[in-house]
Design a protein around this ligand. Structure first.
Ligand SMILES: [Zn+2]
Length: 539
C-alpha cells in the first residue's frame, strides 16, 4: 500500500475547503461569477498557506467542463487531470529550476498553440521571483501582448523581488499565515478521519511549530504519526521535535522573579543536558516574555495553549511593560551575540543572571544598620561576609542634601559656550538615537521611550517610569553625556531621573562621587550592592 502524505491526501479541491484565505476566495469567486477574470494573477504570502492549492483550484474553476464556475465538479476529465498535475493545458513551472531565458522562450513558443481541450491555457509559475532578469523580460513581452485564452498564475513568497513591470500587470492576492486555531482544527479533523489518537496539547504544539504553514503542520503530523504509538502525547511531540516545554519557562521565569539564581542556573543546565538547542531555548524565552507582554496589554496570545494561560498570567503583574520590553531587548541582543561566543552556555548563564538581578533595588535604610553591624562583625571574625542578598524593596531613603552643584570653574571654562534648549534637543533626539543604536541598542531603546523633561544650563533632564531603564541609563551617564556633547556640538550633561508615578516628586540622583562627599557610609553600601539611589527624601 502506498502511503500518501497528509498534505496531498487532504489537499483542498475547491474554494470552500481552503482554510483561512476567505478574503481571496471571495474575490476570485466574484470575479468568476461576473466574468471578469484577470489575465495574470499574483499569489503572494508565506510558504504552505495554500497558494499552489489555490492556483490549481482556480485552474479547475476556469477549465472544468462546466466552467468557468465557482464550483468545479472535480469529476470531469479536465478537473481530474489538474488534480493529478497531468493536464496538457495547465502547465506548472517551478521558478527555481526554470530560471533561464530559454525556458521562457519555450513557454512563448508553446503559447502560439491554443489550449488542447480546455478553455484556457494556464501557466502556474511557482517561486516566480527566482526567474532570471532575462526570463522576466521575455515574460513581460508575453504579458504586454497576451495571447487569447492564456492565463498566468504566479506564486511567490518574496513579491518584493519581482520587477514592478511584472507586478503592475498582475492582479495581486496576499495570502495570510494560518492562525494556530485553524491549523489545530484541521489537524483534529484529519486525525479523527484517520482514527489517530492524539492529545489536545500535542495537536496544539504541532500547530504552533508549523508557524502559520498548514503544509508544514501536516508534514509534522506525518512525522509524529510515524512513531507508531497507540496514543500520541504532548511529550512525544516535545521529544520528537526538540521543543522546550512551556513548564520549563514557567519555572525559569519564577526563579528570575524570585532572584533564585541557583535554581535558575540548574533549570538552564537541565534544559541543555536534555539536548535542547541553546538558540531555540533563547527564542522560546523571548516568546515567553513577549506573551506576558501581550497578556499585560490585554490580549490572549494565540501561541499559548489555554491550559497554560493562567500560569502565565500570574507573572504579568511582576513586570511593567517597559521592564518586559527591556528584558526582551536584552534577550534579542543575547541571541544575536550568541553566535560569536565560543562558550555560549557561559554567555547564556550570565544573561539569565543579569535578568534575575535587574531589580536588585534595596531599601538602604533597613540595610544600613545590618551592613554596618555585619562589617563590624567581619572585622572581628575576618571570614564572615555580610548577607547582601536582600531583594527588591524599591524605596531608598537618605538624608543627602538634594543640591549637589557647582562644577569647578575650570570645567565651566572648558565647556563649549554654545547652549542648547529643549526644542533643539527634542528636534534631533530621533537622529541622536539612530546614531547610537548599533553600538548600544538597549540604551537606545530606553532613550526612545524616555521623557525629555527639561533642559537647563545644558543639563538634559530625562525621566523614566522604569527602574530598569533608569538603572541602565544612569550607569552610562557619562558616556551618554559625551555622546550627546559630540552629537549636538555643545557641552551637554545627561541626567536621567526615575519617576515612579505621576504624583511622585523626584529629585535627580547624585553620582557615587557626589554621595561619597556627603555620606561615605552610604557610598560604601552602594558600592557593595552595586546599587544606586532611586529616590531621596528630606527629613
Ligand atoms: Zn470538472
Amino acid at each position: 500500500m502506498t502511503y500518501l502524505v497528509f498534505a496531498r491526501k487532504y489537499r483542498p479541491q475547491n474554494f470552500k475547503q481552503l482554510i483561512a484565505q476567505n478574503h481571496i476566495t471571495d474575490t476570485l469567486e466574484n470575479a468568476i461569477k461576473s466574468d471578469r477574470i484577470a489575465q495574470a494573477f499574483l499569489f503572494t504570502g508565506p510558504r504552505g498557506v495554500g497558494k499552489t492549492s489555490m492556483a490549481r483550484i482556480l485552474s479547475k474553476a476556469l477549465n472544468c467542463k462546466d466552467g468557468p464556475t465557482t464550483q468545479p465538479c472535480n469529476e470531469c476529465e479536465n478537473c481530474l487531470e489538474i488534480t493529478n498535475s497531468d493536464s496538457a493545458d495547465v502547465i506548472e513551472i517551478d521558478g527555481a529550476s526554470n530560471t533561464g531565458v530559454d525556458d521562457v522562450r519555450r513557454i512563448q513558443n508553446e503559447l502560439l498553440y491554443p489550449p488542447q481541450k480546455s478553455q484556457f491555457k494556464i501557466y502556474i509559475i511557482d517561486e516566480v521571483h527566482m526567474l532570471s532578469k532575462n526570463a522576466f523580460n521575455a515574460l513581460l513581452k508575453t504579458l504586454e501582448e497576451p495571447p487569447k485564452n492564456v492565463k498566468f498564475i504566479f506564486a511567490t513568497t518574496e513579491p518584493h523581488k519581482l520587477p514592478a513591470t511584472i507586478t503592475s500587470r498582475c492582479q495581486r492576492y496576499d495570502f495570510h499565515r494560518i492562525p494556530i486555531k485553524k491549523i489545530t482544527q484541521r489537524i483534529k479533523y484529519i486525525t479523527d478521519k484517520e482514527n489517530i489518537t492524539i492529545e489536545d496539547q500535542a495537536v496544539f504544539l504541532l500547530a504552533k511549530k508549523a508557524d502559520g504553514s498548514l503544509r508544514d503542520a501536516l508534514s509534522l503530523l506525518d512525522q509524529i504519526v510515524s512513531i507508531d504509538k497507540a496514543k500520541i502525547t504532548k511529550n512525544d511531540v516535545l521529544d520528537t521535535f526538540g521543543i522546550v516545554d512551556i513548564n520549563i519557562y514557567h519555572t525559569l521565569v519564577k526563579n528570575i522573579i524570585n532572584n533564585d539564581n541557583k535554581n535558575l542556573l540548574e533549570n538552564l543546565h537541565s534544559v541543555i543536558a536534555e539536548g535542547n538547542d541553546i538558540t531555540e531555548f533563547i527564542l522560546g524565552l523571548i516568546e515567553y516574555f513577549r506573551n506576558i507582554l501581550i497578556l499585560k496589554v490585554g490580549i490572549i496570545p494565540e501561541e499559548v495553549h489555554e491550559d497554560d494561560i493562567s500560569e502565565l498570567a500570574k507573572y504579568k503583574d511582576e513586570f511593567t511593560e517597559e521592564d518586559l520590553l527591556y528584558v526582551i531587548t536584552i534577550l534579542i541582543d543575547a541571541k544575536e551575540k550568541l553566535k560569536k561566543y565560543s562558550q555560549p552556555l557561559l554567555f547564556v548563564e550570565t544573561t539569565l543572571l543579569k535578568l534575575s538581578n535587574l531589580d536588585k533595588l534595596v531599601d538602604i535604610e533597613s540595610l544600613e544598620s545590618e551592613i554596618i553591624s555585619a562589617d563590624i562583625a567581619e572585622k572581628k571574625t575576618k571570614n564572615s561576609k555580610p548577607n547582601l542578598k536582600k531583594k527588591s524593596k524599591v524605596e531608598v531613603k537618605k538624608k543627602l542634601e538634594p543640591e549637589i552643584e557647582a562644577e569647578s570653574e575650570e570645567e565651566e571654562e572648558e565647556a563649549e559656550k554654545r547652549s542648547v534648549d529643549l526644542e533643539e534637543i527634542k528636534l534631533k533626539w530621533g537622529d541622536f538615537i539612530d546614531s547610537i543604536i548599533d553600538d548600544m541598542p538597549v540604551r537606545a531603546n530606553y532613550l526612545s521611550n524616555i521623557i525629555i523633561a527639561k533642559v537647563q544650563k545644558n543639563q538634559v533632564i530625562c525621566t523614566t517610569k522604569s527602574k530598569l531603564a533608569y538603572q541602565q541609563l544612569n550607569e552610562s551617564r557619562e558616556q551618554l553625556s559625551n555622546l550627546l556633547t559630540d552629537f549636538y556640538e555643545a557641552k551637554i550633561e545627561f541626567v536621567p531621573e526615575f519617576k515612579k508615578t505621576e504624583e511622585d516628586k523626584f529629585i535627580h540622583s547624585p553620582t557615587l562621587q557626589d554621595i561619597k562627599k556627603h555620606s561615605p557610609e552610604v557610598a560604601e553600601i552602594m558600592k557593595k550592592l552595586d546599587g544606586f539611589i532611586l529616590r531621596q527624601e528630606k527629613k
